[in-house]
Structures are given as C-alpha cells and as structure tokens.
Write a protein that binds this ligand. Structure first.
Ligand SMILES: [Ca+2]
Ligand SMILES: [Ca+2]
Length: 246
C-alpha cells in the first residue's frame, strides 16, 4: 500500500516536473481558443468575431519583429460610430514587472510590467482632429516624456488578420522583452465592452527574433508539486525507520 502510494506520488511528481520543464516551447505561431472573449470583469462573454484571437504569429522583416494576429472573423471595413477597437501588443521591454508606464491591468497584461504599447486602432468618426472621419491607425506608445504616441502607417489589415511591426517607428530596433497580445473593444469609446488576449496566462518572450511562450503555472500546482516531494521524503523516512526496528 505504502509502496504503491510512493510510486503513484513519484509518477505524479515527475509528470508535474516534466510539464514545468517543457513549458518553454520554441515556436513562431501560437493558437488561442475560439470563444474565450471576456468582459471587463473577466467573465466569458459573446463578442464580435473580429475581437476573438485565434492565432498569433511572429516573424522578422529587416531586423524588426512583426506580429500577425488572426481573428475569428473579418475586421470591419471602416470606422464604427461611437466604438473604438484596438489590436495590441503589450511589451515589457526591461523584463521588470515593477516598471509599467502604461499602468497595471492584469486582466489584459497578465501581470507583466508594460513599458510599450504597439497597436492598430480603429478610431470612430468625430473623436480626433487628426482623423475626423475615423479609420485605422498604427500607434507606438512608450510613455517617455509627455505622452505622445508615434504613428506608423505600414500596418496591414487584411480580411481576418492584422499585422504590424513592434519596433519604435523612429528607429525600428529589434524588439526584445516580453509581451502579451490583446484585442479590446470600447463602446462607447470610454467603456470596455469585450476583449481577448494571448496567451491567456503568461507571456511571449522575444530574443533576437525568436519567440517563446512562457505560460505561468498556477501557484496551486507548484505548491502541490512541492507537497508531493515532501510526502515522498516522509514516506521513505518512515519506511527506513520501520526497517530499522524489524
Ligand atoms: Ca480567442
Ligand atoms: Ca485568448
């Protein structure tokens, strides 16, 4: 009985440790579930198909990392009255959760310290003098000095995909750091209505154009793993103590 329990605990622990060891997977394209869009409280909610991420792909053009997001439906052909939508890449440049120019919003950023927001937004008519008719706009924000997002125009919106470069439009360096892809819909433009993100837990890491995903393991699993290791040690000690007295 004790031996069986020990074997079972060992097997489960080894499985858990293997899962932890293999959680960093090198890849360039990452899938996201269909239908996992959420509301401002984080609860599942029905959303427009162009809010629902299904795939996030990374590739390099001229030394700059690009992201291409695939959605469950075709993106709007033009601006929508009283509605703002954005397809975001939230980037933690310094890998430090304590620095976050954009603020903190775990529902969207999964807890990383976001220093840079690169996005393609769909601006409604009549809200900005720079774009009175509304439309798609590319923006890079890093919150250095006065808040003044840099715009860029070489983003691509095509059917159910949106692609854009992650580098600063001023010099377009290769982006390094960590990131989360997100989609947000505000309607009216100041009220979060629905969103999606990828990965759903954890973040992507960028190193010289190579991207990995690091899913953060729930603390309960790590605690369970540690408890099992402790349990095995206690069982083995008890067993050897029993042997010593027989
Ligand atoms: Ca999704
Ligand atoms: Ca998602």
């Amino acid at each position: 009985m004790t031996r069986r329990l020990s074997i079972l605990l060992t097997t489960v622990t080894v499985t858990l440790l293997m899962a932890l060891a293999t959680s960093m997977v090198l890849a360039e394209a990452f899938t996201d579930p269909v239908g996992d869009t959420f509301d401002a409280g984080g609860s599942l909610t029905t959303a427009d198909p162009f809010i629902d991420l299904t795939n996030v792909e990374f590739y390099t053009i001229g030394g700059t990392l690009w992201v291409k997001m695939t959605l469950a439906g075709v993106l709007p052909a033009g601006p929508i009255q009283n509605t703002f939508i954005e397809w975001d890449m939230l980037v933690d440049v310094d890998g430090n959760n304590a620095t976050h120019g954009w603020g903190q919003w775990p529902l969207i950023d999964n807890g990383i310290g976001v220093d840079v927001l690169v996005r393609v937004g769909l601006v409604p008519p009549g809200v900005t003098d720079a774009m009175p008719a509304g439309g798609y706009i590319g923006q890079f924000s890093d919150w250095t000095g006065a808040y003044s997002p840099r715009t860029f125009t070489d983003f691509q919106v095509n059917q159910n995909t949106v692609a854009f470069p992650l580098g600063n439009p001023a010099d377009r360096p290769t982006t390094t750091g960590r990131g989360v892809a997100a989609v947000r819909k505000y309607s009216p433009p100041t009220t979060f209505q629905s969103g999606d993100k990828a990965p759903n837990e954890g973040y992507f890491t960028f190193v010289n154009g190579a991207v990995t995903v690091v899913p953060e393991f729930p603390a309960v699993l790590l605690t369970l793993g540690a408890a099992m290791i402790l349990g095995i040690a206690i069982l083995r000690r008890a067993k050897s103590a029993k042997r010593a007295f027989t």
